[in-house]
Design a binder for this molecule. Structure first.
Ligand code: ADP
Ligand code: MG
Ligand code: ZN
Length: 477
C-alpha cells in the first residue's frame, strides 16, 4: 500500500518586545531565576493585566506578512488548566476571535514540483508560561517564572504539508519572515521559536485524513524533520499490521529518534475557555492596519528575486544570504560600501560562513562592526592589502572587532604599490640572483617565475604580483 503524509504545524514564537505582554517586566532571556517577575505575571490576587501595544503591532505585522486577514474586532480568552509554571492557573490566549486568519505561505511542492501554498488557519496572541526544571535534582522540581508572560504568537497552519522537507521549509520561511519583520529573534536554541508537529497518514488518493498525533515543543529543524518522518513511518507500520492510530500527544525524543505516548489528546472544551473579563476587546482601525502595512520591510521572497535580477547572484547564494536577517543586513551594508555585490556575497558565503562554522556560532551572534567587511573588500580591491592580509584582517575583525584600517597600519600590512618604492628592492633581488637572470635571458622561462618568487619574498608579499611582474619585465628587457 502507498501512503501520503499529512502534517500541520502550530508554531510558537516569542516576540522581541522589551516587556512582557500584560506587565512591564523584562522579557530578556536568562537572568537570575525569578527576577523578571511582578505581581501581575505571578498571578497575585487583585492585579489586572494591561495589553502591551507592541504585541498588537507585531501580531498585525506578522499577519500582513503572511497574507492573513486582520480581525478588526478581536479579543482574549482564558484557557484554564492547573500547571505549576503558570501561577494564575489559566493562560490568556485567543480562541474565538484570533487577531489574524486565513493567510498562507508559499513553499516548494515536494510531491508535485513547482510551488504550493501552505494555508495559515490563524495567528493568535498569548502569554508564555514559566519553566520547570526537573533534571538536576531527583527529589524536587524547581520553577522559574522569568518566562511567564513573555508574549507569544501561535501560528497555526492548515494540514497542507506533505513531507518532512516541506515541514522544514515552511518553518524556515516562517522564521525568515518573522526575523525580517523584526518581530522575533527566532533563536530556536533559546526556545523563541518552537513547533508542535501534527502528523497523520492516509492511503494515497484517500478523501479523508487519517487520525493524527501531535508532538509538542520541537525546537530545531533537524528534530522537526526527524519527527515528521519517524512518526509517519510509525503510523504506517501500525496500519500495515492492521492496528489503529490513537489520537494522542506524544513526546519526541530527538536524541533517541523516537516518540513516546504522553497523554490522550485534549480538546478545546477540556480547557473551559471563556472570554477574559479583565481585558477589553481590541478594536483596530483601518488606518492603524494600513500604517503597519506601509511600514512592512521587503520580505524574503521579494528580496531573493531582487538579488538575482539586480545583482546577478545565483539562486543558491541568494537563499543562503536570505537564510538569516543578520546576513542580509551585513550583505546590504557591504554592497553599499563596496558597490560590488558579487564580492560581498563571496566573502559572506566563504570567509564569514567558514568562520561562523569553525566557531560553532550562529549569524545572529556576530558581534563586529557592520562596515568592517566592506572596508576590507575595498582595501583589497584597490590593491592596498593582499588577499592573504585581507583574510587576516577579517579574522581579527570577526574575533576582536578591530577597525580594518587601523589594524592594517598597526600590523604594517599596506602594500608597496607605487613602483618607485618597489623598483630598488627588485633591482637588489636581480643583482643577487645573477645566475637566474642570465638563464632567463638565455631563454629559460622558468627562471622568470623564480625571480618573481624571490622578489615577492623580499617584499614580504606586500606588493601586488601584477605590479612586481611589470617591473621585472621592464628591468629584464
Ligand atoms: P486542536 O485545536 O485540537 O489543536 P486543530 O484543528 O486546531 O486542533 O489543529 C491543530 C493542528 O493540527 C493544525 O496545525 C492542523 O493543521 C493540524 N491537523 C489537523 N488535522 C490533521 C491531520 N489529520 N493530520 C495532520 N495534521 C492535522
Ligand atoms: Mg491546537
Ligand atoms: Zn510582571
Amino acid at each position: 500500500m502507498e501512503y501520503s503524509t499529512v502534517c500541520g504545524l502550530e508554531v510558537h514564537t516569542e516576540l522581541a518586545t522589551k516587556t512582557k505582554i500584560f506587565c512591564s517586566c523584562s522579557t530578556e532571556f536568562g537572568g537570575e531565576p525569578n527576577t523578571h517577575v511582578c505581581e501581575i505575571c505571578s498571578g497575585m490576587p487583585g492585579t489586572l493585566p494591561v495589553l502591551n501595544e507592541r504585541v498588537l503591532e507585531f501580531a498585525v505585522r506578522t499577519g500582513l506578512a503572511t497574507n492573513c486577514e486582520i480581525t478588526m474586532y478581536n479579543k482574549f480568552d482564558r484557557k484554564n488548566y492547573f500547571y505549576p509554571d503558570l501561577p494564575k492557573a489559566y493562560q490568556i490566549s485567543q480562541l474565538y476571535l484570533p487577531i489574524c486568519r486565513n493567510g498562507y505561505i508559499e513553499i516548494n511542492d515536494s510531491v508535485n514540483g513547482g510551488t504550493k501554498k501552505v494555508r495559515i488557519h490563524e495567528i493568535h496572541m498569548e502569554e508564555d508560561a514559566g519553566k520547570l526544571i526537573h533534571d538536576e535534582w531527583s527529589d524536587c522540581t524547581l520553577v522559574n517564572y522569568n518566562r511567564c508572560g513573555v508574549p507569544l504568537l501561535e501560528i497555526v497552519s492548515e494540514p497542507d504539508i506533505s513531507s518532512a522537507d516541506e515541514a522544514v521549509e515552511y518553518v524556515e520561511k516562517l522564521r525568515q519572515i518573522l526575523q525580517f519583520c523584526g518581530v522575533s529573534d527566532c533563536k530556536m536554541q533559546e526556545g523563541s521559536l518552537r513547533a508542535d508537529v501534527n502528523v497523520s497518514v492516509m492511503e494515497k488518493g484517500a478523501k479523508e485524513f487519517g487520525t493524527r498525533t501531535e508532538m509538542k515543543n520541537i525546537n530545531s529543524f533537524k528534530a522537526i524533520h526527524n519527527a515528521v518522518e519517524s512518526e509517519a513511518r510509525r503510523q504506517i507500520e501500525l496500519l500495515e499490521d492492521g492496528e489503529r492510530v490513537v489520537q494522542e500527544t506524544r513526546r519526541w525524543d530527538d536524541s533517541k529518534g523516537v516518540s513516546y505516548a504522553m497523554r490522550s489528546k485534549e480538546d478545546a472544551q477540556d480547557y473551559k475557555y471563556f472570554p477574559d473579563p479583565d481585558l477589553p476587546p481590541v478594536r483596530l482601525t483601518d488606518e492603524y492596519v494600513e500604517n503597519i502595512r506601509l511600514s512592512l520591510p521587503e520580505l524574503p521572497d521579494a528580496k531573493k528575486k531582487r538579488y538575482m535580477t539586480d545583482f546577478g547572484l545565483s539562486e543558491y547564494d541568494t537563499s543562503m544570504i536570505c537564510s538569516s536577517v543578520a546576513y542580509v543586513r551585513l550583505f546590504e551594508r557591504t554592497v553599499e560600501i563596496t558597490n560590488n555585490p558579487k564580492d560581498s556575497a563571496n566573502w559572506i558565503m566563504g570567509e564569514l560562513m567558514k568562520m561562523l562554522n569553525d566557531n560553532h556560532m550562529l549569524p545572529e551572534n556576530m558581534a563586529f562592526r557592520e562596515d568592517s567587511l566592506g572596508e576590507i573588500i575595498n582595501l583589497l580591491n584597490s590593491n592596498k592589502i593582499s588577499r592573504d592580509s585581507a583574510k587576516k584582517v577579517f579574522k581579527a575583525v570577526f574575533e576582536e572587532n578591530v577597525i580594518p584600517a587601523d589594524y592594517v597600519k598597526a600590523n604594517n600590512m599596506e602594500m608597496l604599490s607605487d613602483s618607485g618604492a618597489l623598483k630598488p628592492i627588485i633591482e637588489e633581488v636581480l643583482a643577487s640572483n645573477q645566475k637566474a637572470v642570465d638563464e632567463y635571458k638565455g631563454g629559460k622561462e622558468a627562471s622568470f617565475n623564480y625571480l618573481i618568487g624571490q622578489s615577492m619574498r623580499a617584499l614580504r608579499g606586500k606588493a601586488p604580483a601584477s605590479e612586481v611582474t611589470k617591473i621585472l619585465k621592464e628591468l629584464l628587457r
